[in-house]
Design a protein around this ligand. Structure first.
Ligand SMILES: Nc1ncnc2c1ncn2[C@@H]1O[C@H](COP(=O)(O)OP(=O)(O)OP(=O)(O)O)[C@@H](O)[C@H]1O
Ligand SMILES: Cc1cn([C@H]2C[C@H](O)[C@@H](COP(=O)(O)O)O2)c(=O)[nH]c1=O
Length: 188
């Protein structure tokens, strides 16, 4: 089963993934971008701002996703796979591109292998701004809370449009409560 954890910057994905690693010791843990040898190189190029063109950046994320699908997802179809991000982030963060076109590009990149379950950690504006204020903000985070919340809305739109089995969890709930809700959803 292929499960993905989604959420905007500071939503609590890494915190929950560390707990999940102790609860699901047999699972394959991975991420996008950067879940393969090629993906690590692509991630470094993307996050260091190598691409001047937003389309070029998008295709770099799609290349990471194609490699991730072939090398990790399809080779572990009989295992539980838990991924930090997925094509859903790809669609949500490409705010200026048409959603239908992005869905088709991602179907092509993944050979139509979309996740079985999606967990979205959802932040309020207040909680997001509190967390952003506590850290050094990267280039995306510097675009501010309204920009990140528009991405969060598009994450939700994408999940609902594609009718993937999902749960939206209040990211400001306690770490323990969130972890229990995630475990129950995966085991359901
Ligand atoms: N449930 C929670 N309640 C309060 N604070 C939390 C909770 N979960 C995580 N945090 C804190 O929020 C911050 C961001 O958490 P984390 O790094 O896990 O988020 P993330 O989604 O992986 O972020 P990014 O995508 O930016 O790497 C950390 O300081 C973490 O300790
Ligand atoms: C998969 C994917 C990610 N992004 C963005 C989202 C984040 O800002 C970074 C990845 O950082 P993280 O530390 O791994 O969360 O990349 C994107 O724009 N498009 C995508 O397809």
């Amino acid at each position: 089963m292929y499960v993905v954890l989604e959420g905007i910057d500071t939503a609590g994905k890494s915190t929950q993934l560390e707990i999940l690693k102790s609860k699901f010791k047999e699972a394959v843990f991975t991420k996008e971008p950067g879940g393969t040898k090629l993906g690590i190189k692509l991630r470094e190029m993307i996050l260091s701002g190598e691409a001047q063109s937003s389309k070029a950046e998008m295709f770099m994320f799609l290349a990471d996703r194609a490699e991730h699908t072939e090398e990790i997802i399809l080779k572990n179809k009989d295992n539980l796979i838990i991924s930090d991000r997925s094509f859903i982030s790809g669609i949500a963060y490409a705010l200026n591109e048409d959603m239908e076109k992005l869905i088709e590009l991602n179907r092509f990149a993944t050979s139509n292998n979309f996740p079985n379950k999606v967990i979205l950690l959802e932040l309020t504006k207040n909680e997001l701004e509190k967390r952003l204020s506590k850290k050094e903000n990267d280039s995306i985070e510097k675009r501010g809370s309204d920009y990140l919340l528009s991405i969060q809305d598009r994450l939700k739109q994408t999940i609902l449009k594609l009718k993937i089995d999902y749960i939206f969890i209040d990211a400001s709930d306690s770490i323990e409560n969130i972890a229990q809700k995630i475990e129950d959803f995966i085991n359901d």
